[in-house]
Design a protein around this ligand. Structure first.
Ligand SMILES: O=C(O)c1cccc(C(=O)CC[C@H]2O[C@@H](n3cnc4c(=O)[nH]cnc43)[C@H](O)[C@@H]2O)c1
Length: 215
């Protein structure tokens, strides 16, 4: 499990206490999250106990009204929203420039099972390097990604590391703030961390049984 910061790591670890997994604070942003996750995966593989699933987890901004504060989102697509080029005609993702990738897809069945266990919504979770701070940017992201429910800063980096190791990936986010105009008074980080702990309590049996049977 790769969270960004220690409070997220602790929120997950409080609920997820079995053996055979690791919960790390991998750092904020896609680059550090990728480096930390790849290091953890390599270390485990070299010691003969490779991981079979990687989960990016933490708090996120939720697109309104679909992902209200305190709600949970399980990504069926993890998409890098700002990996590309700005052109006079608008943003062009790197894939349309002829290289790279911008989306990773978690296993369908696992996404369905996790959503059923927690009541989470499923949809695209965007990875951004800059937190959205205006209504215009939020609207532009939704126009480009109509299925987006949330934005955060690590999922795509974690997914790239998992893909490099041939390991499936999930992203699970609890909504701490709306995506849109910057309003620190509207953040509900405590509620989102509590929602994360509650969700991981319900997810633990699903993830553990998937780890044992579906590799
Ligand atoms: O200063 C701000 O306006 C601001 C607004 C929201 C979040 C931040 C952060 O620095 C938190 C980044 C951290 O938390 C995740 N996160 C939470 N909400 C969002 C969001 O709306 N957009 C992107 N990331 C968010 C993120 O994954 C980081 O780990 C600052």
């Amino acid at each position: 499990m790769a969270t960004a910061v220690p409070v997220e790591r602790d929120a997950v670890a409080r609920a997820f206490t079995g053996e055979g997994h690791l919960v790390i604070a991998a750092g904020v942003g896609p680059a550090l999250a990728a480096a930390s996750t790849a290091t953890a995966l390599t270390t485990a593989a070299l010691s003969g106990t490779p991981y079979h699933l990687v989960v990016s987890a933490g708090i996120a901004g939720g697109f309104q009204p679909e992902a209200p504060l305190g709600s949970l989102v399980v990504a069926d697509e993890i998409t890098a929203a700002d990996l590309g080029a700005e052109t006079p005609e608008g943003f062009v993702p790197v894939t349309e420039l002829g290289f790279g990738t911008v989306t990773h897809r978690p296993p369908d069945a696992l996404v369905r099972d996790l959503a059923a266990a927690t009541g989470a919504r499923t949809g695209t979770v965007l990875t951004v390097s800059t937190v959205t701070g205006t209504a215009e940017r939020a609207a532009a992201l939704r126009a480009r990604h109509p299925r987006a429910l949330a934005e955060a800063m690590e999922g795509f980096g974690v997914a790239e590391a998992a893909a490099a190791h041939g390991v499936p990936v999930l992203e699970i986010r609890a909504v701490s703030n709306p995506v849109g105009p910057r309003d620190r008074a509207a953040w509900r980080i405590g509620d989102a961390l509590a929602a994360l702990t509650e969700a991981f309590g319900k997810l633990a049996p699903v993830l553990e049984s998937w780890n044992q049977h579906d590799q």
